[in-house]
Design a binder for this molecule. Structure first.
Ligand code: FAD
Length: 469
């Protein structure tokens, strides 16, 4: 027999488990199917474990520089095994938290791999879910409404498949108990820049390779330039506008000769971070009329697929592949199921973050995108080195850049490279949501000393009048 539920969610990542909680809060009977562990990529292979190791690397660097503050520690060493234990304990604790939330919401958790069946004796419409556990046993679940949240997996470079020892993806590197001496990172997007920043802090010899002409290609050009400058200053070798030649690359037992443009790099291993592909294979989508393009599930602005009772959210729909986006999409999908007709998510108002040193965060339009959209643009930039608080923190690199419309003064974009950028960006996000002008941001009295003073100064700089410049 098939068990019936109002809402069934496939995938227990930040998209799926948040959708499940939201549906349960509305009084629905809810089941969630997870093939690996609750928390998904974000908790086990993404946001949390990478930030835990970044924190470890940051503490190591801070300890090395502690004499500046009068704290004398003697020789400072880094123990990767210990850092891994810290990371694992942290992840396990947060996983327990999600399990608790499932229990609290009376959400039934099915452990196993889900696949979607076509019309059956249980239902005339496709969508019955078969769950196969590790022992090969299967059971059936019958959803009234189904949400697919199966996430994404690392993309490979053609001809250079992951061997998980020398050619790595970020899942592999996250579990290393010892650090390589040297690494080539292919892909200068968010994941590549974060790993480059972390590994150089841990004394690894890093070469960062990007096929395009700048790092973080989705960010404002000024941000890309600053990030490259600061990575280079810390010892990262950056190679742009070059491609990896898989055919001329040789993989040995303990090293890789990586052919990059005209050059051959001898490195211990290669991290491939060239994006992620939607995880939609073997899901039984061919048993439905759901449209899939390049593996990406096609949805409307309410996350509905071509099957009216089946929704898809998160990385598997290939929009902004971020945890908070997956969760927000999950909430919207459930609101649609509840008949609340939610306003579509405005992707321009979603903050984008890179947890490198210094951090990068942005919301809204880049200067280039604002011009392309037809705005006559004015900008204001303020560098953190003008602020007492940034100097106290010993992190005075970077800036806040505001992009606004010349005629209306409406803020169009906020871009930060600098300390605590991923926290500071929320002020920029709120300003955009409230349709604030640069003048209004400049009127807000900011606390002193604080990193957020950079907003006020950048806002004043939009009209050329910052105080501390
Ligand atoms: P996922 O988190 O991928 O969850 C999908 C779940 O579905 C998985 O648990 C999987 O096991 C399960 N599943 C798949 N198929 C089936 C099936 N057939 N049956 C049952 N279960 C199935 N985002 C941020 O916002 N901030 C960050 O700092 C950040 N850092 C990142 C760092 C790295 C290295 C990586 C790789 C990603 C990072 N991301 C970050 C992106 C973020 O992790 C993803 O955007 C987010 O996890 C997507 O959530 P999701 O729910 O769509 O999918």
């Amino acid at each position: 027999m098939a068990q019936e539920f109002d809402v069934v969610v496939i995938g227990g990542g930040p998209g799926g488990y948040v959708a499940a909680i939201k549906a349960a809060q509305a009084g629905k009977s809810v089941a969630i199917v997870e093939a690996k562990k609750l928390g998904g990529t974000c908790l086990h292979r993404g946001c949390i474990p990478t930030k835990a190791l970044l924190k470890a690397a940051h503490v190591y660097q801070t300890a090395k520089q502690s004499a500046t503050y009068g704290v004398e520690t003697g020789d400072v060493t880094f123990n990767m095994e210990r850092a891994q234990t810290y990371k694992r304990d942290l992840v396990a604790g947060l996983e327990k938290g999600i399990e608790h939330l499932m229990k609290q919401g009376k959400i039934e958790v099915f452990r196993g791999k889900a696949s979607i069946l076509g019309p059956s004796i249980f239902s005339p419409q496709p969508g019955t879910v078969s769950v196969e556990d590790e022992t090969g046993e299967s059971e059936l679940i019958l959803p009234n409404q189904l949400i697919i949240a199966t996430g994404s997996i690392p993309r490979e470079i053609p001809g250079l498949p992951f061997d998980h020892e020398r050619i790595l993806n970020s899942d592999d590197l996250l579990n290393f108990e010892t650090l390589p001496e040297s690494i080539a990172i292919v892909g200068g997007g968010v994941i590549g820049v974060e790993w480059a920043s972390m590994l150089v802090d841990l004394d690894v010899n890093v070469t960062l390779i990007e096929v395009g002409d700048r790092l973080l290609p989705l960010e404002d050009k000024a941000v890309s330039r600053e990030v490259e400058r600061l990575l280079k200053k810390r010892g990262v070798r950056v190679k742009k506008s070059v491609t990896v030649d898989a055919e001329r690359t040789s993989i040995h037992k303990e090293s890789v000769e990586l052919a990059v443009g005209e050059e051959t790099l001898n490195v211990d291993c290669v991290l491939v971070s060239v994006g992620r592909v939607a995880n939609t294979e073997d899901l039984g989508l061919q048993n439905t009329s759901i449209v899939v393009e390049n593996g990406i599930i096609q949805v409307d602005s309410q996350y509905r697929t071509k099957e009216r009772h089946i929704f898809a959210i998160g990385d598997c729909i290939g929009k902004l592949q971020l945890a908070h986006v997956a969760s927000a999409e999950g909430v919207k999908a459930v609101e649609t199921i509840l008949g609340l007709e939610p306003t579509p998510l405005d992707y321009m108002l979603i903050p984008r973050c890179v947890y490198s040193v210094p951090e990068v965060a942005s919301v809204g339009l880049t200067e280039e995108a604002a011009k392309d959209a037809g705005h006559d643009v004015k900008t204001g930039t303020y560098r953190f080195n003008g602020l007492g608080k940034a100097r106290i923190e010993g992190q005075a690199d970077g800036f806040v850049k505001l992009v606004s419309d010349k005629e209306t003064d409406d803020l169009l974009g906020v871009h930060i490279v600098g300390p605590k950028a991923t926290e500071l960006i929320t002020e920029g996000g709120l300003a955009l949501v409230l349709n604030a002008t640069a003048w209004e941001m400049g009127q807000l009295v900011h606390p002193h000393p604080a990193l957020s003073e950079a907003f006020q100064e950048a806002a004043l700089a939009v009209d050329g009048l910052p105080i501390h410049a």
